[in-house]
Design a protein around this ligand. Structure first.
Ligand SMILES: *[C@@H]1O[C@H](CO)[C@@H](O)[C@H](O)[C@H]1NC(C)=O
Ligand SMILES: *[C@@H]1O[C@H](CO)[C@@H](O)[C@H](O)[C@H]1NC(C)=O
Ligand SMILES: *[C@@H]1O[C@H](CO)[C@@H](O)[C@H](O)[C@H]1NC(C)=O
Length: 348
């Protein structure tokens, strides 16, 4: 082949290439436009996704993930309360005595549970596919938070230790699905303030606690011995709203969540606060767990109040409590950092 031939065959090629150039530029332009549009589209669906996750914040996936994130190697238990069948014509099965088990309390519980007769959560809540829960601690941090209407929007609102609602609705809401208590923290007044459907859930720490409930239920003579603060003698919760929390939850809170010894016989023995217990109960029962009113005053002033509803109790009065507040704070932080719980207000 000559040079001429080569030139001849290249010429039309080059021409074709040049003719195609505008088309190529157009293609390039449109792909840039497409890319930009696609990017927009993506961010749009991204927003939609996050919107829908706010509207229905609990897919099974999320729940399971949150539970696994706890890394505590136990399965969730969604049955919260002791029931008659556990003790009727059954061999006692609990390894522990109160507060971590029912060993030795079977007969007393049989008497109590035969009177209360209902051992479930309300059917309208049980029936929900996804349960959002707010655990409201009694901490001073919730004061002036204006969280009341937010709190009222949860499916389940868990309160504790006879904390009043009336007069504090703007900050703590006025809805109560259940309130956890022990006799020394019970209050006739606050039971009267709650809606008629609210469950009052006894967390029994000692035999006397069960005896107190039995005496109330059967209207027997009150025996006030063995309490560190006199429990109410009049306490008119509706029998059908009374529940007894399965000691399994306190045991697991101590053992698996906090890693504190289960030996309850020593004078100086430590046990979980009602607050951390309520969070653990919620993590078992609920699909989404948000908390408010947790934490103690950060100041070094021992006279700062710790509750939102009174200023009698201060950090000073927590000195001799049988709690490990540092450990609980670290545990709550771990739960928060892992995304298992979310604080409704700024929290240190
Ligand atoms: C989980 O706990 C059980 C005992 O309750 C133990 O036998 C098992 O080894 C634990 N598994 C892990 C992965 O820690
Ligand atoms: C709450 O608000 C009231 C009224 O604005 C104010 O007097 C009080 O100091 C506030 N309390 C806290 C703890 O911020
Ligand atoms: C809570 O407050 C709202 C507004 O005042 C009222 O409509 C509702 O009945 C209250 N709910 C309870 C459980 O008290």
């Amino acid at each position: 082949m000559t040079n001429e031939h080569v030139k001849m065959s290249q010429k039309p090629n080059k021409k074709w290439y040049l003719r195609c150039l505008p088309v190529l530029v157009l293609l390039l332009l449109s792909s840039v436009i497409y890319y930009l549009f696609y990017d927009r589209l993506l961010s749009y669906t991204g927003t939609l996704e996050s919107l829908s996750s706010i509207q229905s914040p609990c897919s099974d996936l999320l729940t399971q993930k949150n539970w696994e994130r706890l890394n505590i190697n136990i399965s969730r238990q969604t049955k919260l309360f002791l029931k008659m069948e556990d003790f009727f014509w059954r061999e006692p099965t609990s390894k522990f005595a109160l507060p971590y088990g029912t060993k030795g309390s079977e007969l007393m519980l049989l008497k109590i549970l035969s009177k209360t007769t209902n051992y479930q959560m309300p059917a309208n809540i049980e029936g929900l596919q996804c349960k959002t829960c707010a655990v409201i601690g009694n901490g001073f941090t919730i004061k002036n938070s204006s969280l009341g209407s937010t709190i009222n929007n949860y499916d389940v609102v868990i309160r504790m230790n006879g904390a009043p609602v009336r007069g504090y609705e703007d900050d703590v809401g006025n809805k109560t699905t259940m309130t956890l208590f022990y006799p020394e923290s019970a209050s006739h007044d606050t039971v009267q303030q709650m809606e008629p459907s609210a469950l009052v859930v006894l967390v029994p720490f000692k035999q006397q606690d069960l005896r107190w409930l039995k005496e109330i239920l059967y209207n027997e003579k009150r025996n006030m011995k063995g309490f560190w603060k006199p429990p109410p003698q009049i306490w008119s919760a509706d029998d059908s709203n009374i529940r007894v929390l399965d000691p399994h939850f306190l045991q697991q809170t101590a053992d698996r969540l906090l890693h504190i010894p289960l030996d309850f016989t020593k004078q100086e023995s430590v046990h979980p606060t009602m607050g951390i217990l309520a969070v653990f109960v919620a993590l078992n029962y609920c699909d989404v767990v948000h908390v408010a009113g947790f934490g103690y005053p950060q100041s070094n002033n021992p006279n700062d109040p710790i509750h939102y509803y009174e200023d009698v109790h201060t950090m000073k009065s927590m000195k001799n409590s049988h709690h490990d507040l540092k450990r609980e704070a670290a545990t709550l932080k771990r739960l928060k950092d892992s995304g298992a719980i979310l604080y409704l207000h700024p929290h240190l």
